[in-house]
Design a protein around this ligand. Structure first.
Ligand code: MLT
Ligand code: ZN
Length: 477
């Protein structure tokens, strides 16, 4: 019997009952990432039922020098939860650790386990008349542990910040099986280094997050949601600045959608478009969350937008008049990635820039894209309020799957990504705004990160995980 089958037998005898899966058919969904860029082979899938069981699994892995790959909802864009090809990685799925441990509406906090889906965390907050604001297209399947490990962003960062801003406490299983318990809900706690922050955004390379205490907020009484036509991204940035002067913090989302993106949604998803008859060159999806004390917000917003039409900054406005219409506007936005996938091959970039540099970036990047791949379509949508663009490319119109044009398009991927990321760096931006590093962007981190910061990251990794067993090969090598 080889080492692999012997280990599989030992794992199964120790954790039967669904807590350990070794058959190829059960491993398969965990061995390929969401975008199908990475394919590996795992030794087994472990699914702990409790934190104590998770600790004993981690101890087993550590004793046998096995690499552990923590897995959430498998929605990473960077292969953060895919195993390597060695056949020796243990995937540790957190999905059974899915309890809401406590809700504290008075203190505006909630403690949840890592395997809870983001949607179930939002629902738990709502059940006590509170609000958890992290919002992502994948919220029905992505899990809290993954959101924490990748420091997820999404569509309400403008008002509430990223995942790390929403965390008060964390519980983490360390690479040797010890439990770090920092699950307090204190708003003020200046007791030395903020250790929990080391694990947020570390993508499971320092330990496995098992639970978190999260900040909750006041539940908005209602939303004012509008699609706003604009001429270009520069106008969108000006519009945000004007609207913030009027409405300040009630602006929760400000998403940018060029016509190249909405056109794909109309074409592939048959989504009705409020601007169907004469779509503007670009649009913004604006959402304001209404506090109880400001019932006249929708009227004020409509009034200000009309004034901005008169000034020429805004080209057209469609306000959502019902919850159904609001959901519809959001599905146009949230289903753009799906529409682009249906269109065929794509090259993706998840970049951020100082908001004042977005227009310069977009015009300069368009020039280099056309010089490198003539006819390539630029589908650059995203969270403009946070300076974050998903600067994605599709091959020229009419390209068919498997054609030479598609092959040529994809052959240019590394060259174009290098140029785009260099341009982003020269304008003071980041090559990874919200999707993390995973295995996809390890070399980019080496190239663009401040060398002192990179050295500190590597030192921290060695200090906490000296055997390099936690999700090794991801983030820092
Ligand atoms: C989004 O904002 O839709 C995702 O983060 C990015 C994407 O799917 O391209
Ligand atoms: Zn995004």
């Amino acid at each position: 019997m080889n080492n692999q089958s012997e280990l599989r037998q030992r794992l199964t005898s120790q954790w039967g009952d669904g807590a350990c899966l070794t058959e190829a058919i059960d491993r398969a969904p965990f061995e390929t990432d969401f975008r199908k860029l990475f394919h590996g082979e795992a030794l087994a899938i472990l699914q702990p039922n409790s934190v104590t069981e998770l600790q004993s699994m981690v101890r087993f892995a550590s004793d046998h020098r096995l690499v552990m790959v923590p897995a959430g909802g498998n929605t990473s864009y960077c292969g953060g939860a895919a195993p390597d090809k060695s056949g020796n990685n243990l995937i540790i799925s957190l999905k059974r650790l899915n309890k809401i441990r406590s809700k504290d509406p008075l203190g505006y906090t909630l403690t949840a386990e890592a395997g809870c889906t983001l949607a179930s965390v939002q629902e738990a907050a709502e059940s006590v008349e509170r609000y958890f604001p992290l919002a992502l297209g994948s919220q029905g399947s992505c899990q809290l542990g993954g959101n924490l490990s990748t420091n997820a962003g999404g569509t309400s960062v403008l008002r509430y910040g990223m995942m790390r801003d929403l965390v008060l406490g964390l519980e983490v299983v360390l690479p040797d099986g010890r439990l770090l318990n920092q699950l307090n809900g204190l708003r003020k706690d200046n007791t030395g280094f903020d250790v929990k922050q080391w694990f947020i955004g570390a993508e499971g390379t320092l330990g496995i997050i098992s639970a978190a205490t999260l900040k909750l907020f006041t539940k908005p009484t209602q939303y004012s949601t509008a699609m706003i036509g604009v001429a270009h991204i520069g106008a969108a940035v000006d519009l945000l600045s004007r609207l913030r002067e009027y409405f300040g913090d009630v602006i929760e989302s400000f998403e940018f959608l060029p016509e190249s993106a909405t056109e794909l949604a109309r074409q592939h998803l048959k989504l009705r478009d409020p601007f169907e008859t004469s779509p503007p060159p670009a649009r913004v999806l604006l959402e304001c969350a209404q506090p109880r004390a400001w019932p006249e917000l929708p009227e004020r917003l409509a009034h200000v937008l009309m004034k901005l039409i008169e000034s020429g900054l805004v080209l057209d406005v469609a306000m959502a008049n019902s919850d159904r219409e609001r959901d519809h506007f959001w599905s146009i936005r949230e289903r753009i990635p799906e529409a682009q996938t249906l269109e065929g091959a794509s090259i993706k970039h998840d970049i951020s820039l100082p908001i004042g540099q977005l227009a310069t970036f977009v015009s300069e990047a368009a020039r280099v894209v056309q010089a490198t791949i003539p006819g390539a379509r630029i589908i650059n949508y995203g969270h403009v309020g946070d300076g974050n663009l998903h600067y994605n490319l599709s091959p020229p119109c009419g390209t068919t799957k498997g054609s030479d044009t598609e092959r040529q398009f994809l052959a240019n991927q590394s060259a174009i990504t290098r140029t785009i990321h260099d341009l982003v760096a020269s304008l003071g931006g980041s090559f990874s705004a919200e999707h993390g590093i995973g295995q996809l962007k390890v070399k980019e981190l080496e190239r663009y990160e401040d060398p002192v910061a990179l050295e500190l990251m590597k030192k921290l990794k060695v200090a906490i995980d000296p055997l390099n067993l936690m999700n090794s090969g991801k983030v820092v090598k």
